[in-house]
Ligand binder design. Structure first.
Ligand code: PLP
Length: 381
């Protein structure tokens, strides 16, 4: 597979000779009208109808009993971990192959990550690897699951649905039950991705979605906490909006809260984007099929959705036969104005997480050296 064939395919798909980014937002629906409406009404900030409207739309779409809009996906994750009662000194199991936000959120809860390998089935957290790690290093006690060597509690498992491909959720839920650990999903990349017909982010106690500018739909910046029950949802809303006790004029807050509420201005954009998500999903599926055909018969392996899932194909990815060909494709495509990029450097290599506890990470390391992300903006084909 020559880099020039990739460039040719991408240029053909996007029908432009200009620079082609990895993932850009598009606004062809009611975005302008809804955003203008907030400006004309002056309700651009923490009060206004679009926040509620957006939350209800995401609930209807994902099937989450309660969704709480936040300022960004990292804040959604932070709030989710707070609500899951992750405490200072706790350990949290997650994957080394993720975007740094997953780890930043648990770090700011005073917790530390345990890095476990990715699954060849999903590229996300591997349930077998989690169980193997726990069998070797943990025990279930009265206070929960404990890491034997350090005596610290392993409070949560945080899988991330890499590039939108759902992790093996049945198996992960079972592992969490077996070890008495809370499941919190980093569903930042997987709005529109379903596991056996059920939306990602609704399997754990909480799921966190992102609406950053490079995600499948955007609110400029934004996020959403998907909550397993009404009660958890109401409490999440309460703590993310300064924990203010309702009163006509008094200011009384009965616990430390966050100011993580999404502004109405951003929610307006989100409402309009939710109206077109189905079209984006169809277009992204078509683009993925095109890539799949392009790479079929070559020694480059295009990443497809797991058999149990319907993925949003947020970021298309291909696994190169060796690191040399990966570097060559990266250099040539970027040189020709078609943006491609390697996957994130593994989390245990970053200075703030380099002393973290790790399981075997050989598949993550393989992906780190071989995987490339390809342009994935939804477009008419
Ligand atoms: C985008 C993303 C987030 C959070 O994103 P924000 O930029 O804070 O909205 C978290 N985790 C993963 C894996 C992501 O890709």
């Amino acid at each position: 597979m020559k880099a020039t064939s990739i460039v040719e395919f991408v240029r053909d798909t996007y029908k432009t000779d200009e620079f082609i980014p990895l993932h850009a937002p598009t606004f062809n629906g009611n975005e302008k009208a809804y955003v203008m409406e907030t400006i004309e009404s002056t309700f651009v900030s923490s009060v206004g109808k679009f926040v509620d409207d957006f939350e209800r739309r995401v609930e209807a779409y994902t099937g989450a009993p309660k969704a709480v809009a936040t300022v960004n996906g990292t804040a959604a994750l932070h709030a989710a971990l707070y609500m899951a009662d992750v405490q200072r000194g706790d350990l949290v199991i997650t994957q080394a192959l993720t975007f740094v936000a997953t780890c930043n959120a648990l770090y700011h809860m005073g917790a530390e990550p345990i890095f476990v390998d990715a699954s060849p089935v999903s590229l996300g957290l591997c349930p077998k690897a989690v169980d193997t790690f726990l069998s070797e290093y943990a025990e279930v006690t009265e206070t929960g699951c404990v890491h034997k060597q350090t005596g610290r509690r392993i409070k949560a498992v945080v899988p991330m649905h890499t590039f939108g491909h759902p992790v093996e959720l049945d198996e992960l839920v079972a592992v969490c039950l077996k070890w008495n650990i809370t499941l919190v999903e980093d569903a930042a990349e997987s709005l529109g991705s379903f596991y056996k017909g059920k939306h990602t982010g609704t399997f754990g106690e909480f799921g966190a979605v992102s609406f950053n500018g490079n995600k499948i739909i955007t609110t400029g910046g934004g996020g959403m906490v998907l909550c397993k029950t009404q009660e958890l949802g109401l409490r999440t809303k309460y703590v993310t909006t300064t924990a203010k006790v309702p009163h006509i004029y008094e200011f009384f807050h009965d616990e430390p809260g966050f100011n993580y509420r999404m502004p109405n201005l951003n929610a307006a954009l989100g409402c309009a984007q939710m109206e077109v998500i189905e079209r984006y999903l169809q277009q992204k599926r078509q683009i993925a099929t095109g890539y799949s055909d392009l790479f079929s018969g070559s020694d480059f392996k295009f990443v497809t959705e797991p058999a149990y899932a319907k993925s949003n194909y947020w970021l298309n990815a291909v696994v190169c036969p060796d690191k040399e060909s990966r570097d060559e494709v990266l250099a040539e495509t970027n040189g020709l104005g078609v943006m491609t990029r390697p996957v994130w450097q593994l989390m245990h290599r970053l200075p703030m997480f380099e002393h973290s506890i790790c399981g075997d990470l050989s598949y993550s390391e393989f992906l780190e050296a071989h995987l490339i992300n390809l342009p994935s903006t939804p477009t008419e084909i």
